[in-house]
Design a protein around this ligand. Sequence first.
Ligand code: S3P
Length: 445
Amino acid sequence: MHAAAPSPSSFSAPGALRGRIRVPGDKSISHRSLMLSALAVGESRVSGLLEGEDVLATAAAMRAMGADIVRGDDGLWRIHGVGVGGLLQPGQALDMGNSGTSTRLLMGLVASHPITATFIGDASLSKRPMGRVIEPLGLMGAEFTASPGGRLPLMVRGLCPAVPLEYRLPVASAQVKSAILLAGLNTPGTTRVIEPVPTRDHSERMLRGFGAALEVTEDDDGARIIALTGEAELRPQAITVPGDPSSAAFPLVAALLVPGSDVVIENVGINETRAGLIGVLREMGADIALLHERVVGGEPVADLHVRHSPLSGIEVPPSVAPSMIDEFPILFVASALASGRTVMRGLDELRVKESDRIAVMAEGLSAIGARVEELPDGMVIEGTGGDPLAGGATIAANLDHRIAMSFAVAGLVSRQPVIVDDMAPVATSFPQFTTLMTSLGAEAA
Ligand code: S3P
């Protein structure tokens, strides 16, 4: 959805990074705020919404299906919903841009409404697997016509009433879980998702907040069973979206790596299903203090005080992967500067994100002088012990915002420039990235 002309950039750090910043709203919570508000009857108000391209794609789609969504000059978003079951047939294809979350969650919503919708997206999104949601939503009765390999462009024909489902997630995916729960909202009876490995729980928290009957229990093997009673009536809400820990990760690692840095990142979500990176970095020796812990919009939040720290390599337990799945690209950069070896496994899912993040990061890090070994499901990185990387390469961002930001941060700790061929994808999740990094003392050219 971003402009066709690529915008190359390289970042450097003439000195320590210092200051206080606030990162934009959480992407996952922003998507869900719009979707659930669009299904409530009455006016919901959302402050702190992430105004990135991915979330704007969700807003446009919900408008196309009948919701009234307006942004006030004060930055407050007002949404008048259509009620569960009230989504209208969109007049044209829904353009999801780069956003996998919009696509998969909206496929869930359409699946149990008596409407048909076509989903299209950019080159990155059109390569991503949708079979993981087509399968369970098909079991609920929706019909799909997809491009080869279960990819976009694809058409969903919803069934109303749909058939309630009990489904055990074969991959640890909050998007799949959420697609099924959202389909369950307009389905009679109880829809159950069994989650052997916990993933981000924003959908569960927010569905409850909007008044849906949702229960979470554990089975004998410790799997979470999420049971949602369908044909719910959602009540409009006032939501404050906390800062996105996945965006905070970039200035956070930058401050750890650039000598002398001392940075506070305010208002960051620290929900335990998202905060894996903080624990891993602390284990590596990072000095990160959580200040003013509080609850914002039903989510735990803190200000993160981060100081430059020498890092040591560790073995990252595969079990933490779901709680930091979007943070591995920047953890790879941190590992490249640590002393000793960092071993990261159990990351198969990284291969089907906005790009193949294992392959793209391994290639890019090697090009700027890091010692990396690519594994089928992860990476082994032998760090420099704090010495700068060589740099001196141009990196293809591959329409992947987190690849672009990871190599922007790598440039801060490289001798020669690291040129990111296109920073435009950053607008999907963190439009203020360059402004905030330069406010801390980084230079962008
Ligand atoms: C998301 C879930 C994650 C994450 C994505 C946002 C969500 O994907 O990578 O950026 O909002 O549900 P999976 O849980 O499907 O791996």
